[in-house]
Design a protein around this ligand. Structure first.
Ligand code: ZN
Length: 756
């Protein structure tokens, strides 16, 4: 993009009055008092645009038929979205990538002993729900990127199929070697379940939805209520996403044209064992046929029958075979060119593909994105000229493995590293509190916007509402967070793991990113099933689309504020506060581990485990382990001190800029420097054993997937007992934090120079 107006800009001088506070009397953070006033007027004009009736009509249009990757309606939706963007005056086009997308050819699951049972693997139409009967266009329930396979084995129930579950099985003396495991959905990215099962020697993996987690234990089931009924199945990808997402044949590069592709046998991220998801209707007889020890309490679901572990006597036959096709994905990309700094980009995305009709996931977010684009288009027609370039992205292929966003980010990687100031993601929406996760240099910014958005049901700011939820513990977090919610000026935002389209932006490219959504008040059990559709959404979720309006207002305001700010509104004190927390956590984790292992070893030596074991239900003592060594955290402590000083210094400098004259050129060069800060947290070598993941502060856990691991190299080194690796990672993280501090210092220098 060319810097069209730069010559003009050089002659413009701006009076800066910058303040950290965000209420109506004080200027917005990153704005002068004059520009703040103009910005507030524009933003409030924008917030009048989103219309619940349009949100509703758009959802109905986009969810009318199944629209997964490669389906006719997926393409029609992309073309319709393109036409919408164009009709609002945005410069839009479809960008296509070609990706590996397997679909089922054959699925068989049967029990051959002690009784015969054939799983029906069907989600039947529900009479009240008009789109649930679109059989000919629905993808059957399956786990994408499972390998083909035909296996028979004794069945073992492994709870959520996580490391700690297998440790419990070890205590019961149960191995899954040669067995087919049945795991329940929940508590991790689903791809972790077949991954660990294969590492433990299982030959097949079945994943089912227990009613304890998203069925009748929570509420009535669909169509009487919102929860999963006995036939509902959660589709979804099981690719080894913590290694790399996107098209599995083209890691690190855009899957376009004659790009070199890996042969299927050389892809490392497909599962090692065949995997299939089923309903609890299909799981019930399988689980009922298990004998062996009773499952530990933490394993028990809500099926209303005894949960045994096995192995067997149930013998299960699992066969899956797929069409391994290359399919197109259609990303719809729309731009509003920046007037003063066109080379600084604000990127905003939500996916448009679904597993089936996908009302909650993803269309509830996509309709908000479209209302934002309509509103911004309207302001542009009325004369608004955003300083920076705004890029709206309706991604395709998110569900299989973040395909559209990852390929686009990889293809445009060099430009994005240079130009992208922020990526803001949403993925669906619901009723309730504002949820925000992302880069902590954006924490203050998020808090500022949240104070300006009104909760549609309570008529207080969404910030107040979220604070209240934290104070009374309505939203989970620990008591430390409760205390902080009253006293800390900014509500904390969480770190990003993975599971949506921000992944390539933050983890691969180091673009400061956010993931935003409302939720917490509308439980549902239709995730990735045929019942996630317009009927379900308009009966059980944000029925009147008022939180759809709130989401469009929230994210649209963020986009505008970032596009228009005089100084890009990053703040580094919240970031430094967060890394201080992470390093304290890591030290405590190591110490707790040392104490725990020391005590356990003592108990083993004393014979306490065998003495306590019930002879009728014997357990095996855990193995003795080496007590973790002490690790040198000094480099991290030193870097932390430097970072805190730099963050404070920047915060002071930006306050001191009040009422000084700053040239547009100085601002441009300051903002270019600010954009590069987050990049310093990446390392081109990436994380140990997963070079695609280059951010050293945030990553999806190797054994959690959705869940973030912060300072992942250090944390996973300790968790997985690679202590010397953890120590090496401390040095790398420390170096990144020091580079980051140096980048902040350089921006501060620019500020001080500008203010003179
Ligand atoms: Zn989604």
């Amino acid at each position: 993009m060319r810097r069209v107006l730069f010559a003009v800009l050089l002659t413009v001088f701006i009076l800066l009055t910058l303040s950290a506070a965000n209420n109506d009397d004080q200027p917005l953070y990153g704005f002068t008092s004059a520009s703040s006033k103009a910005e507030r007027e524009l933003e409030s004009k924008f917030r009048d645009v989103p219309d619940p009736q349009i949100l509703r009509d758009t959802m109905q249009r986009l969810t009318l038929r199944p629209h997964h990757v490669g389906s006719p309606y997926d393409k029609q939706n992309a073309e319709w979205i393109l036409a919408q963007f164009k009709s609002w005056g945005l410069d839009a086009q479809i960008e296509t990538f070609d990706v590996l997308f397997p679909t089922p050819k054959e699925r068989v699951l049967e029990m051959t002993a002690p009784t015969k049972f054939v799983a029906k693997l069907e989600e039947p139409a529900v009479a009240a729900d008009p789109t649930s009967n679109q059989k000919s266009e629905q993808l059957p329930a399956y786990n994408a990127y499972s390998i083909d396979g035909d296996v028979i084995g004794k069945l073992v129930y492994v709870n959520y199929g996580l490391q700690r579950d297998y440790e419990e099985l070890d205590r019961l003396g149960i191995s899954v070697k040669g067995a087919i495991v049945i795991a329940r959905y929940g508590n991790s990215w689903r791809g972790i379940k077949p991954k660990i099962a294969a590492e433990r020697g299982a030959v097949g993996c079945i994943i089912y939805s227990d009613p304890r987690d998203d069925g009748y234990f929570e509420d009535d089931v669909f169509p009487e209520g919102p929860m999963r009924n006995e036939n509902g199945v959660q589709r979804g990808s099981v690719m080894d996403m913590p290694v790399y997402p996107g098209d599995p044949t083209t890691p690190g590069v855009g899957a376009k044209g004659d790009v070199k592709r890996l042969a299927r046998k050389d892809i490392t991220t497909l599962t090692k064992i065949p995997t299939l998801p089923i309903s609890y209707g299909d799981a019930r007889p399988l689980l009922a046929a298990l004998k062996g020890p009773m499952a530990p309490v933490s394993f028990r679901g809500a099926l209303g029958q005894a949960y045994h572990i096995g192995p067997g006597p149930a013998i299960v036959h699992l066969k899956v075979e797929f069409n391994w096709d290359i399919k197109p994905v259609y990303d719809v990309i729309a731009k509003i060119p920046g007037s003063e700094a066109p080379d600084q980009w604000i990127v905003r995305g939500n996916h448009h593909d679904a597993w089936v009709n996908g009302a909650e996931d993803p269309i509830a977010g996509q309709i908000a994105l479209l209302e934002e684009a309509r509103g911004l288009g309207k302001l542009v027609k009325e004369g608004w000229k955003p300083k920076r370039t705004i890029i709206y992205c309706a991604w395709d292929g998110e569900e299989p493995m973040l395909l559209g966003s990852t390929e686009w980010a990889e293809y445009h990687g060099d430009e994005l590293k240079q130009h992208a100031a922020i990526y803001i993601n949403t993925d669906g929406n619901g009723r309730g509190y504002l949820g925000a996760s992302g880069s902590h240099s954006l924490e203050k910014f998020v808090n500022g916007v949240a104070r300006d958005i009104t909760d549609p049901e309570k008529k207080i700011s969404v910030w107040k509402r979220t604070q209240a939820a934290r104070l009374v513990g309505a939203r989970g977090p620990d008591t430390a967070d409760r205390k902080e919610a009253r006293t800390r000026p900014d509500l904390r935002i969480g770190p990003l793991g993975s599971g949506s389209d921000y992944t390539a932006f933050i983890d691969h490219l180091g673009v400061a990113s956010l993931n935003i959504g409302y939720g917490g008040e509308d439980e549902g059990g239709i995730y990735h099933s045929v019942y996630d559709d317009f009927y379900w959404y308009t009966h059980f979720a944000d029925k009147d689309f008022v939180y759809g309006v709130a989401l469009a207002q929230t994210v649209g305001t963020m986009v505008m504020r970032f596009a228009d700010a005089d100084v890009l509104p990053y703040d580094f004190t919240d970031f430094a506060d967060t890394t201080r927390r992470y390093s304290d956590e890591l030290k405590k984790m190591l110490k707790d581990k040392q104490d725990e292992i020391r005590e356990r070893n003592q108990n083993i030596d004393d014979g306490a485990y065998s003495a306590a074991s019930d002879p009728r239900h014997p357990t095996v003592p855990p193995p003795k382990e080496e007590v973790p060594p002490f690790i040198n955290f000094a480099p991290l402590d030193n870097a932390q001190t430097i970072l805190e000083r730099s963050a404070e210094h920047y915060a002071k400098a930006i306050k001191a800029l009040n009422s000084s004259s700053v040239s547009a050129q100085a601002l441009q060069s300051l903002n270019d420097k600010l954009i590069q800060c987050e990049r310093r947290l990446t390392n081109a070598d990436g994380l140990p054993r997963r070079p695609w993941y280059q951010h050293l502060i945030y990553a999806p856990g190797f054994y959690t997937g959705y869940g973030a691991k912060t300072m992942p190299g250090i944390r996973e080194g300790i968790e997985e007992k690679r202590y010397s690796e953890a120590e090496r990672e401390i040095t790398r993280v420390a170096k990144a934090l020091e580079d980051y501090a140096a980048a902040i210092d350089s921006a501060t220098g620019e500020l001080e120079k500008a203010g003179k």
